[in-house]
Structures are given as C-alpha cells and as structure tokens.
Design a protein around this ligand. Structure first.
Ligand code: ADP
Ligand code: MG
Length: 763
C-alpha cells in the first residue's frame, strides 16, 4: 500500500459523496422544471433570484431548475441532467471533465450566469479570440434573460470596447488578452484609467491547456527605450563558426554548445581573454549562445519567416505566423542580426506575468475540459483545484484501436497514407492529427498524389479554421490538422448541416488518426475526443514508430528488440509496453520541468502580490503624499498653496513611477540571476535556494529604493497646478508599449520546444 493511498481514498469518498448529493439535486430539479414550464419569464427569473440568499445559493434545486428553464427558453437548448450536474460542480469551484461535444459551452454559460446571479463577476476564459466572440454571442440570450450583461474582449477590441466589456457581469475573453490588459493596468497612475474592473471568478475553458500546458508562458509588456542591443560583432564572430569543430548540436537537434575550439575562435574575434570569465559569463557568453542558437537551430522558413524586413515566428504547433509571439528579446535580436535586418528597438520589459500567476489573482478559479483526469495531480498541487468527472449524456460508441507500431518512421508514414486512402475509399471522413505543420504538409502532399482531396488546417485565422473543421465529418472528407487547430468547434457527422449524417453513421462515423503519440496521454486523449461526440460512432488509432520523438527521448536508457513483419509492423506486446514506458518517462520529464519552473516562479508571484497591494494603496489612497510629505516636510510646505488633489496626484505619480521602474529592473535582474545560476550550476548551494535568497534580498531593496528615489524626486521635481513635471526631469514613461507572449514554453508539446535549448537560459 503506497503512502498516499489513504489520501486518494479520502478524495474518492468526498467526490462520491458530492456526486450523490448533486445527483439528488438534479433529480429533484428535474421534477421542479415541469412546474416552471407554466411560469412567465419573469416568474422564472424571480424563482431563481429567490433561491439566492445572504450566503449564496441556498436552494440549489430551484436555482438549477430555473437556470435550465431559462436556457430552454432563451437558447432553445434544454440542458441534459449531466450538464446541470456539471454546472453545480463548477459553482462549487471544481474543474469538470466532460467529453468533447457534450456541451461545455452551455455548461460554462449557465455556471457564469449562476455566479453573476450571486453578485460575482466572471471572466470566462477561452483559448482564442474567435471562441470568445462566438461564445459570448451564442450565450448572450441566456445571460440577458436574467437582466445581466455579457461582453467579449478580443485582440481587435478598442480601448473603449474593452472598458465596456470588462464592466459586464460575464466577460468572455482569451486568457492572453486578460493578462495583457492586466499588465497595462498595472502602469496607470489614476484609477479611472483602468481598463479592467475587478472580477471574482475565473472560469477557464480548455482548462488543462491553459492551466497546465501554457501556464508557464510569460505574457510580457514592453516599452520602448530607444537603445539597441549590440549584437553585430558577436553575430559576425559566430557566423564564421562551423558545425562539428566549433560547435555541436545535440542528438535531438534542440540544443547547441560551443566546443573548446569554437570558444577560442570567438575569444580571438572579440579580443577577449576568456568567455568564461566572471565578467563575460553574464553578458557576452549569453549573447554568444543566443547568436549560436539563432545560427545553428533556427531555420528560416521553418521556424520563422522574414517578411517586410521583419522576423515573424512560425508557431510550429499551429503552422502559421504567430502574431503575438516573439522570442525572448535577446534571441529575437540575434535572429534579426543573423538575417541582416534592423535589430528591433531594444524594448525594456516593463512587466511580465505567467498565466499561472495571473490565475492567482482570482478569488475563485474553476474550469472545464475534456481531459482533466490525467492532470488531477497538477491541478491540485498548483491550483488547489479538484476534478469532477461528469458522465456522458449518452454512452460512447467510439472505438479506440490499439497502437499500430512500426520499426521506422518511413514505414509508419507509408502505413498512415495507406490507411487514410483505405478509409477515404469507403467515404468515411478522416481527421489526421499531426505534430507540426511541416508534417501536415508532407502528408497532404502524399495523399494528393493518390488523388485524394485534403484540407490542411493552416489557415490564417481561427474563424477560418473553425469553418474547415466544422466540415471535417462530411462524407469523403480528409482533414489534416495539428493538435490545437480548430479546437472548440463541433465536428458534426455528415457536415456542419448534418445533411449526410445517416450515411456517415453507417460508415462508422469520424475516423481520427494520430501520426504519433504525444508526450502526455492527455494530449492523445484530446485528439481522440474529436471522434464519437454525443454518442456518435467513431474510430481512433495512433501510429507509432520506434524512431518517434517520444520513443527516442523516453526510451533513451532502455533497449527493445522486435521482429517487424515485411511492412515493418511490430505486433509484439512487449514493444507496446515499451512505448507506454517511454511515454511515462517523457510525461515525468514534463512534470519535473513544470514543478521546477513553478518553484522559480512562485516567489516572484508572491512578490507581485505585495507589489499589487502597494500599487493599489498608492492609487486609491493619499498614502504617497503622506509618506513623501513625512520624508520632506520642507518641500511639502512649499506646495501648501496647491489644491490637495493636485498635490496628492503628483505624489502618486512620483511614487508609482519609481515603484514601476524598480519592479521592471528587479524582473530583469532575477532573469539574469536565473541564467547565471543555470550557467554556473556547479557545486555551490542548491540553485533554487540561492535564487530565493537573492530574490528576497533584492525585493526588499527594491521597496526601499523606490521610496528613497521617490523622495529625492519629490524634493526637486517641478510641481505646479498642472502636476509633477516628471517628463522634464527625465523620468519618462515609455511612449509606446507592446505586448507579446514569450515563445519558449518548455512544456509545449509542439515544435516550439525546438528552442528549449535556449529556454534553459531563460528559465
Ligand atoms: P464541448 O465544448 O463540450 O466540446 P460544445 O459546447 O461545443 O461542446 O457543444 C457541442 C454541441 O452540442 C453544440 O453544437 C451544441 O449546440 C450542442 N448542445 C450542447 N448542449 C445541448 C443541449 N442540452 N441540447 C441540444 N444540443 C446541445
Ligand atoms: Mg468547447
């Protein structure tokens, strides 16, 4: 018996108990619903409102019955019992697991409306702009049925639109936009300039993607400072290096390192003694590594394209130009220098936050996804969230075939093409899930040679992808797509209008083919979930080769021998078990990275909470004036003639300016510390302990320095009826800011991990 069995037992019994309770509520609310049918709309609203008391929802039965009745009337969708049950679990703050196609959009909207009815503002977080817009419009009648308001924020929203949307009771928005708006709001000096309004609940759709897969991606707010990074000489020196003698790329093609020979060559070109001297390790060596990374690992037209004199990243998992993404600043500059482009203005990072830290800002977090169970442990440790599994409304008729294993990638690919051709010959629709766009394109080309018509999802926008994927279930369709493309869109059998539904059902429904296993079973299951929605028939199968990434990485320390048949297929169960083993290894590696990175981020997140509190006090109270007047009574006396609000606002701006500047410097410093700890991770203390020690010390100093400097500025800057003239004194806030996501996500299963070598430097 393992040490934690008692814990899981305890967990199991609570879940079961909750389950029983909610089931009985659903049963009784079903009976009540019949009664509600006779009510007027106002009557339903009143019944639901009456179910809410001082302490929140007091009569769950009436509450759920009323919500369901409202949905039936406003949306013409009568929620299934399981959907109502899911709503209850969300209102309790769980992450619910509900299969794809079971109607999570409605569940989320009902729960959001439920929260709003108890006076809580909800941010309903979607994975992209398209879904935020679509779901807000789709679900609007339900929210408005109760006289509540709903709005959507997308990347394209103007400032005014954002202000209006964030003041609604239910706000649909992609999680990145919420993060960016939060960062921008942390730069204001007057409360009335805030775009966001406080929210009480984050309800996260595709919760595992957001809370786990993308949790560590930093969202960054940068501002122009008008300096450039001097990468020219280093780029030159690095461009002369040759593979093998001067640098070595590791077997996975993901990391590159200088050889002794290469290091000497660089030292000669730059005229320095040793790259590994203390004075160069933090700076020159980092930039040499960046330039080398840009030269050796980032390939034009695969990892990025050059368009209009600018470098644009290709998001390998989606296969399109990643509008919002940049590499970490230094790498971006290194690639620009390599391509001989103008090195983009050296932005100063003003602030950055990970999605994980963003979620901490909500008093309550809950979420929904088709694949939560595999993430139970992570959701619990990182967010304190419980997972509730919701049954399907109708049992699945999907058939998940065992993996088809091949010795080599070439044999596997041949078999995939044959299988697609076979299914397509019968007219059965096929959705092929690949790992990156290059793979999608190659496969599509082979299929087209056989005269098969193929749709490849590499559209320029999510709306276009949604349109294509919506048709993926039609007769004779072959759709090739990377993992995340088109997610959130329902694949109906017989096409979006279901006109050929009967025919496709008789053919066995949608067939989903995975071209290799992902690094976690959760991602495999996301793909499988595309088939067999709402009790439809369907088929899923993964093709695997012993040359696959997962197998090579996960099986590095063990060997397996097998007897392939003439086609290269391996049916030995030992090999299937070996592949499971490989995947457990890669899954473990990801977990470890996540746990490690979380440790580094946690402290900064704690510090951010303190900063936010301080900033709020500066904005909302006269504390800045009080503190500065106490430090410089003479100066305060000189300003006696000014109206109180002018003096207070001047003090506010001075205090906030220095606080923000110090915070930005602190983030930059801690980034550097992380790098250098990694680079000289030789015997010293445990890196994480040392990192913590430095972070705590620096943060304390930051706080003191910010006040000291504010006092100094307060004493000498010109302050008159127009306020504090900070600009004239050189204390200028950046004139332009921009936001981006750092594309070094160490957990992404897609091709982005190609730059995980450099991610080490930035982690
Ligand atoms: P999920 O997000 O769980 O994959 P969606 O919210 O996209 O699923 O819903 C899938 C489909 O099911 C949608 O077309 C939706 O209209 C339909 N649907 C959901 N709930 C109901 C219901 N109670 N009655 C009828 N149709 C429903
Ligand atoms: Mg959905």
């Amino acid at each position: 018996m393992g040490a934690f069995d008692w814990f899981w037992k305890a967990m199991g019994s609570t879940t079961q108990r909750n389950d029983k309770v909610s089931r009985s509520i659903i049963e009784r609310s079903g009976e009540l619903s019949a009664q509600f049918k006779a009510y007027s709309d106002e009557g339903v609203v009143e019944a639901v409102r009456a179910a809410v008391g001082e302490r929140g929802i007091e009569d769950k039965v009436a509450f759920i019955a009323g919500l369901a009745e409202a949905s039936t009337r406003a949306l013409a969708m009568a929620p299934f019992g399981v959907q109502s049950q899911a709503v209850l679990r969300l209102l309790e703050g769980d992450v619910i697991q509900m299969d794809t196609g079971e109607g999570k959009t409605l569940v989320g909207a009902m729960a959001a409306t439920g929260f709003a009815l108890t006076g809580k503002r909800v941010h309903l977080m979607t994975v992209n702009n398209y879904l935020a817009q679509r779901d807000a419009e789709w679900m609007r009648p339900l929210v408005e049925f109760f006289g509540l308001t709903v709005g959507a924020v997308t990347e394209a929203s103007t400032r005014e639109e954002r202000v209006a949307a964030y003041r609604c009771d239910v706000v649909y928005a992609p999680v990145a936009e919420i993060g960016f708006d939060h960062l921008r709001d942390n730069q204001i000096t007057r409360r009335e300039d805030a775009v966001q309004a406080p929210a009480d609940v984050a309800l996260v759709d595709e919760a595992d993607s957001v809370l786990i897969d993308e949790a560590l991606v930093p969202l960054v707010l940068a501002g122009s400072v008008g300096t450039q990074q001097a990468t020219g000489r280093i780029t030159e020196a690095v461009s002369r290096l040759s593979a093998g003698t001067d640098y070595a790329v590791d077997s996975t093609g993901r990391a590159v390192s200088l050889t002794e020979h290469g290091a000497r060559a660089i030292e000669r070109s730059l005229g320095i003694e040793s790259l590994y001297d203390a004075e160069h390790v933090g700076d020159t060596l980092v930039r040499v590594n960046l330039a080398l990374h840009a030269k050796a690992l980032l390939i034009r037209d695969v990892h990025y394209i050059v368009d209009d004199g600018k470098v644009a990243l290709v998001d390998a998992s989606r296969g399109r130009v990643a509008e919002l993404q940049r590499w970490p600043d230094g790498l971006q500059a290194a690639v620009e220098a390599k391509e001989g482009l103008d090195v983009s203005e050296g932005g100063r990072i003003l602030d950055s936050i990970t999605l994980q830290a963003l979620m901490r800002r909500y008093p309550q977090v809950c979420g929904m996804t088709g694949t939560a169970v595999e993430a139970t442990e992570q959701l619990r440790t990182f967010y304190g969230l419980r997972v509730s599994v919701i049954e399907r409304a109708t049992p699945t008729k999907r058939f998940d075939e065992a993996d088809r294993i091949y010795a080599t990638a070439a044999e596997k690919n041949r078999a995939i093409v044959e299988e697609v051709a076979l299914l397509n010959g019968r007219g059965q629709p096929v959705l092929v899930g690949t790992h990156d766009v290059a793979e999608s394109e190659a496969l599509a080309a082979q299929l087209r040679q056989l005269g098969i018509e193929v749709s490849v999802l590499n559209a320029k926008n999510d709306a276009e992808e949604a349109r294509i994927i919506a048709e993926a279930g039609d007769v004779g369709r072959v759709t090739v797509s990377t993992q995340m493309a088109g997610r959130g869109t329902d694949i109906r059998l017989g096409g979006a209008d279901e006109s050929a539904r009967e025919e496709v059902v008789s053919l066995g429904g949608l067939a989903v083919i995975g071209t290799s296993r992902h690094r976690t079973s959760r991602l495999d299951n996301q793909l499988r979930g595309r088939a067999g929605r709402q009790g439809d028939p369907g088929l899923t199968v993964f093709f695997v080769s012993l040359e696959d990434d997962v197998v090579v990485t996960g099986g590095a320390d063990s060997k397996v021998t097998a007897q392939p048949d003439a086609e290269g297929r391996i049916t030995d169960p030992k090999v299937a078990a070996f592949i499971e083993h490989c995947r457990r290894v890669t899954e473990g590696q990801l977990l470890e990275i996540h746990a490690q990175t979380w440790k580094y981020n946690k402290l900064i997140a704690d510090h951010r909470d303190i900063l936010d509190e301080r900033r709020a006090a500066i904005l909302d109270t006269p504390v800045a004036w009080r503190e500065l007047a106490a430090r410089c009574p003479q100066r305060a006396a000189e300003l006696d003639g000014l109206p109180a609000e002018v003096r207070e606002q001047a003090a506010r701006e001075i205090m906030a300016y220095h606080l923000d500047a110090e915070w930005s410097a602190y983030l930059a410093l801690m980034d550097e510390v992380r790098e250098s700890i990694h680079l000289r991770a030789i015997a010293r203390e445990t890196p994480i302990d040392e990192y913590h020690r430095i972070a705590v010390r620096e943060f304390k100093e930051l706080a003191n320095r910010a006040v000291d400097q504010a006092a100094e500025t307060f004493a000498k800057v010109e302050i008159d009826a127009a306020g504090a003239h900070l600009d004239d004194a050189g204390w200028k806030r950046p004139s332009a800011t921009w936001t981006y996501m750092v594309s070094d996500n160490p957990l992404s299963g897609g091709g982005n991990s190609l730059i995980s070598g450099v991610a080490n430097i930035f982690r």
